[in-house]
Every structure is written in C-alpha cells, then in structure tokens.
Design a protein around this ligand. Sequence first.
Ligand SMILES: *Cc1c(COP(=O)(O)O)cnc(C)c1O
Length: 373
Amino acid sequence: MAVPFIDIKRFEPGFLDTWNEKVKSMSENAQFIGGNEVTDLETNLATWAETKYAIGCANGTDALQLALRAVGVGRGDKVLLPDSTFWATFEAVVNVGGDPYTVDTNPVDLQMDFQVFQEAVEKVKPKAALVVHLYGWGTAKIQELRKFCKEKNVALIEDGAQCFGVKHNGNSLYKEALISTTSFYPAKVLGAAGDGGAVFTNDEELSVVTRRLVNHGRTSHYEHGLVGWNSRLDSLQAAFLNLSLKHLGKRIESRKTSQNIYYKELPGLGIGVIQPPKGYDENGYCNVTLVDPEVRPKIEAVLKEKGIGFGNIYPGAMSDQPGAKPYLVERFGKDSHARRISKSVLNFPLFAYMTNSEMDEVLSAIKAYNASK
Ligand SMILES: *Cc1c(COP(=O)(O)O)cnc(C)c1O
C-alpha cells in the first residue's frame, strides 16, 4: 500500500458539502472581497492566537513582508534570520529592502541558535530579527530570545507559518510575540483552498499600520497614507478557513496521535527522532528525524520502492542558496550546523487522519531496511 507524505484531501464527512453550499451562496451574492467572512475569520484567528489583533493577508510570505514593514524595516536596514528555514523568510527581508544576515541552527532543537544569535546582534546591531518556529514547535530559548531583543531594541518578528495551534507553557505561541505571522498554504496545519496568511500582534499601532499596508496604504478609500500593496485575503479563502477552524482541534489531535507513535517506535528502529523542547505542545505539523547522511539515501530508496512518501525539510541552508549570493551580508555560526542538518534530515509521512495501516506500512518499511543492512 502506498502512503503519501501528506494528504490534504481527508476532509471530515459533510465538510465538502458545506463548503460547496458556501461557494454557491457567496458566488450568487458576488461576495468576493472583504465582508463578514473576513471579519469573522480575523476574530476567530485572534481567539486561536490569543492576540488582540489578527489581520488576514494574501499569503505567508506577504505576512512576513507586512510585519517587517510594520516594524519599520526598509532600505539598508540590517535583519538577522535563521539559516534553517523556508526560503520565503530570506526573500521577505530582501523584498522590503533589508540586508539579510543568517544565524546558524542549534543542533539539539534544530531552531535558530540563541548563543550565535546573541553574538550576531552584538556585532551587527540589527534593526530587526526573524525567528522561525520550525516543524510545529519552537526554540527552547523563546522567552530569553524575546527578552534579549527587547533589551537590545531589536524588533523581533516571529515566522509562525508552521506553528498554528502550537502552545508554549499552555498559551498560544503567538500570544507573547511582538508581531508574528502565519501561512494558510494548503499543506500547512490550517490550510486554505488556495493562498492566504495572517499577521498577529497585541500592539495597536502595529496592527493599524499592518492593516493599511495590506490594502494599498489606505487611510480612507482614496487617501493613501502609506505605500503598501494589495495583499488582501479574499472572502472565499476566509470562508474556507472559518469552516476548517471548526475541525482544527480534531485534526491536530489526529496528527499528534500519529506523531506519538513515531516517538514511541522510531528509537527502537534506530532512527533518531527529534521531539519538541520542554514546555511545547506541538501541532503535529511535521515528523523530524536525523539520520547519517550516508544512510539517508539507502532508507529513502526502500521508501521509494514501497511507494512511501518522505521529505527533507529543508535540504539546504539559506546561506547556500544560489539566490542568496547577491544579498547575503554575513553568515554567523562557524560550525555550520544548518548545512549538516540539511544533509541528515528525513521526514516521514504525517497528516491529519493518517490511518493505522498507513502507519504500520511506514514502520514496516523501516524494519525492512534494517533487515536488509
Ligand atoms: C510556508 C512558509 C512560508 C511562506 O508561506 P506562503 O503562504 O507559502 O507564502 C514562510 N515561512 C515558513 C517557515 C513557511 O513554512
């Protein structure tokens, strides 16, 4: 039996009927931009994020650009970002005119390394920094990181594209961020029927600026207080997300059930599985293991032969991307953990409503690999 790396078609019974009805009535009313669905979604998102404000936008990359612009990053401003992330984090800095500096990865929690970050801040004195909550959890040092940035007057933006629904010490991970973002790309934990994103903050001024930037810098219909762009979240996406949120608790529970089977079984199969640091309640976005770079292709060959999907999130450090060359000012971290991890990381299938027999199939493929050694 083939097992996909991710299957986003496993909707709850009746979900698609409700959605189709919604599309029909919204289309008949030509309700395509703004309206109740968007305002309801923003209320629902703020409740989930436990923040005062949530602003919908066109995608997760725009959310980062909005947040960077909102804290005042513009041409020539220095911005630190992790070397292990999705490329959008790097792009966002460059697209708002900032100068990117990468910070190496901590080999234990695979998030941005706090010590290397501190050294980089002292040397670069950046205007802003990005931290990415990767894999469905975050850094063990999140509180220290926020406090340090506040003391050093560095605006910390938290890329939460992968952490919707994650809790830290019982609260939403977005709750105590100065400003944070998410993505509703369909493969994320909360996915839309297309592209979407959001910005979260408790700061009223940042929320007002973000809301203007999203919609052509508008202060009124034909008055533009800022140069923004069109990054509105459309009403159909908002409606799909409102329906999805009703099921999100169950979807996350299902992901975590499968994830816990991996935590229980993989160590006994000789696979080094990474678990979230203490204090985190993950959302089951992603399964993460580290295997010897020599061994990884051999396991992958068995998985391929058996039709089992897998990922390498991410197969390269940001500072090694060809597109980084013209922009990257400096990379911090002489140990290059990001590079090493990118050659070791192997992700097994994980998604909502994965079945027991699919899980068994994945585990027996690993057993078959072990037996063939
Ligand atoms: C998905 C993702 C983004 C980009 O989101 P889009 O909605 O695809 O633009 C940014 N950062 C991280 C860490 C992501 O995983």
